[in-house]
Design a binder for this molecule. Structure first.
Ligand SMILES: [Zn+2]
Ligand SMILES: [Zn+2]
Length: 322
């Protein structure tokens, strides 16, 4: 392995892990970017002024389990209502409102329920712009999210906003069911709420996002796959990388990705927890399984710091000198 970007680590960014451990970072520090893990593939990224959400999924309903390799297993003895595909998609509004007070942008990687179920409520409540595929935006339209909030993308866009820029990366979905998962389904236009869980679960294509924010470049995936040529040379300093079991279906997953991204300073695993169980339930089996990912990254990119996130615990990034 050739370490081509060692000098980059020396000056670009270091992480203030101590603050993260305290769980009480002050996000008001000007220009400080703070990440918070919401579970599943969900993130809040904020500088205290602009709030960007990625695949925010707070409801954690007792819904259908994903195919083999997916990161969701029902909890034995779960007394919550069980949702089937033909049940009405009903977010847990109390859970959302307990954790999401405001948002300016919601980035959605694909139209699966563990990525999109909560987004209509969040969009209507916060007036945030929703960035996603046509499929995702059609789900928003079904719930009456106003057109001016909908920024439809297909991958390849590189957009400037007031406080950050956003490169939309074409991507592909996790190889669930031992590579048998495939969906070309798209949520059609003209849908009207209420929708069933099945109707908000067509995938609709998959995207990743590179957010350039206060000198940081944060690359976020919504699952366990990527298109190598689309991520080659991006050079994020922070990479949120899908770490669920289905990554094992991919050839040389971590090593190819680390090389393509030029060995990012910080890797934070995403979509590794069991999203079918409530926040308070033990994630120990998922944490145990995650250790193999931590080792993969350590082997592929020894200088990279891997941070295993805890729900809602602020992860402040180092201020970058302008
Ligand atoms: Zn999915
Ligand atoms: Zn998912």
């Amino acid at each position: 392995m050739v370490k081509r970007t060692l000098p980059y680590f020396a000056f670009m960014v270091t992480l203030s892990v101590a603050l993260a451990a305290q769980g009480q970072a002050n996000p008001a520090t000007r220009g400080q970017v703070v990440l918070k893990y919401l579970g599943a593939a969900g993130w809040e990224i904020s500088d205290g002024t602009t709030v960007i959400l990625i695949d925010p999924y707070l409801s954690r309903i007792n819904g259908p389990a994903p195919p083999a390799g997916g990161s969701g297993q029902p909890l034995a003895g779960d007394t919550r209502p069980k949702y089937g595909w033909n049940d009405i998609a009903t977010p847990d509004v109390a859970a959302i409102d307990a954790h999401i007070q405001r948002a300016d942008f919601v980035l959605v990687t694909h139209t699966h329920y563990d990525h999109v179920l909560d987004v209509p409520h969040i969009a209507l409540k916060t007036k945030a712009a929703v960035i996603g595929t046509e499929s995702t935006e059609n789900v928003m339209r079904a719930y009456g999210v106003p057109e001016e909030q909908l920024l439809t993308v297909r991958g390849g866009e590189d957009y400037q906003f007031d406080t950050f820029s956003l490169k939309v990366i074409p991507s592909i979905h996790s190889p669930l069911d031992h590579k048998r998962y495939f969906s070309s389904a798209v949520a059609p236009s003209g849908l009207k709420a209420p929708l069933t869980l099945k109707q908000i679960h067509p995938e609709g294509g998959t995207l990743a996002y590179l957010i350039r924010f206060h000198g940081h470049q944060i690359l976020a995936f919504g699952g366990m796959n990527y298109i190598e040529r689309e991520v080659e040379g991006l050079q994020p300093d922070v990479a949120l990388i899908g770490a669920g079991a289905s990554r094992r279906e991919i050839y040389d997953y971590s090593r190819r990705l680390m090389r393509s991204l030029r060995y990012p300073a910080i890797v934070i695993p995403t979509h590794w927890d069991n999203f079918l169980i409530p926040y308070g339930a033990s994630q120990q089996p998922a944490v145990d399984a995650l250790q193999s990912f931590v080792h993969e990254i350590a082997a592929a990119s020894p200088k990279t710091k891997v941070i295993v996130p805890k729900y809602f615990e602020p992860i402040p990034l180092e201020l970058v000198a302008k």
